[in-house]
Design a protein around this ligand. Sequence first.
Ligand code: LLP
Length: 430
Amino acid sequence: MNQESKGNHLIFDGCDTVELAKQYKTPLYIVSETCIINKCREIHEDFLRKYKNTKAVYASKAFLNIEMCKLITREGLGLDVVSGGELYTAIKGNVPMKDVVFHGNNKSLDELKMAVSYDVGRIVVDNGYELQMLSQIAKEENKIVHILFRMTPGIDVKTHKYISTGQVDSKFGVPFQNNTLHDYVCEIEKMSHIKLEGFHFHIGSQLLDNEAHLMALEVLLNLIKDLRDTIGFETSEINLGGGFGIPYTKEDEPRGIKYFIEPMMDKIYEKCQLHSLSIPQVVIEPGRWIVGEAGMTLYTMGSIKDIPGVRTYASVDGGMPDNPRPSLYNAKYEAVIANKYDKVEDEMVTIAGKCCESGDILIWDLKVPAVEPGDILAVMRTGAYNYSMSNNYNKLPRPAVIMVKEGNSRVVVRREMYEDLIRRDVLFNE
Ligand code: LLP
């Protein structure tokens, strides 16, 4: 993770994190550009260059801003967006619209119109209601809209309930059972302005083994064969979603992209050959895997409260508004004291946020060297779904985001100010 120590300080992508905390203040999101670039290059090497007719799009919900759009485009990946707001950011970040995939289980009429007018490359249709709306818009705009249909493969995955999406009982997509998809395919074939390219699934997030992806793929490949055999529909593209997990703690095993991709590609080639199906274009859309390990959050420690025989709470200047994941999903993080990086960790503290919520605990029972107010806490691997899920609870201004690369740093999202917190309040003259 481009992490080392120098004079007891934690160094991240060549930058002294204690100096960064001084220069940019805390709480502070730091994102390593080198780490993101390395991840993108691994995708090129083990997926895009290795297999013909493949595409990778970055799931921007994990972490999105203008600079990230530029970085992802430079690295040759497309962008998955899930709302008008993400699409707007992609437009402003000059992402080529042909490389954008638009998702969502309840896209609004306005969002669909926006996507069609900007010629977004693929719209992943989630349900019949959306299909009708889109067909109407495409006709009005006189454009051919290229779509995938999202199917739920009926797979239960090993992850938190709130981030599993492939089970039958899901708000996303159309279940593959009961011929529902067959009926939709026949309906789409009759639509003059909609071109169905194929199917998409996304079964869940933070999956650390590849079993569930393979099971979902099996269901999808059977569907493709069945559609060809029964109604003569040829699938030209499949999108296998994201969900590839990263190690958050020492117990999690790190997984290269190859671990997930290779068995899936083997299965696709095998099955297609067996059933004389032409190999479709294969798309993946990792979010967390690209950006999760590239991020770190710095906090300054404030009050330290020891309850003898119970525990010691060390409170920091952020918490659940900048990282809602521990309170939402019971997510685990590791952290170090950035200004005491080489010191022996012989004490135990619980890291509390500063919100008026007992549940605002970032890390339970963290081993640390002796801590004191003013120490800098660095929480590791916060690159995914921290900044993007941050909020202003208790009117805490959101931290700045800085990108670091080989010893250089720059602000890519400025810190919120108190004025930002009331910017949209309507003031009436008395
Ligand atoms: N594609 C689709 C259609 C998705 O819905 C998602 C994530 C992804 C790709 C990317 O998944 P990833 O590779 O990042 O696992 N807020 C939660 C994660 C929600 C994921 C939602 N969909 C968390 O903090 O764990």
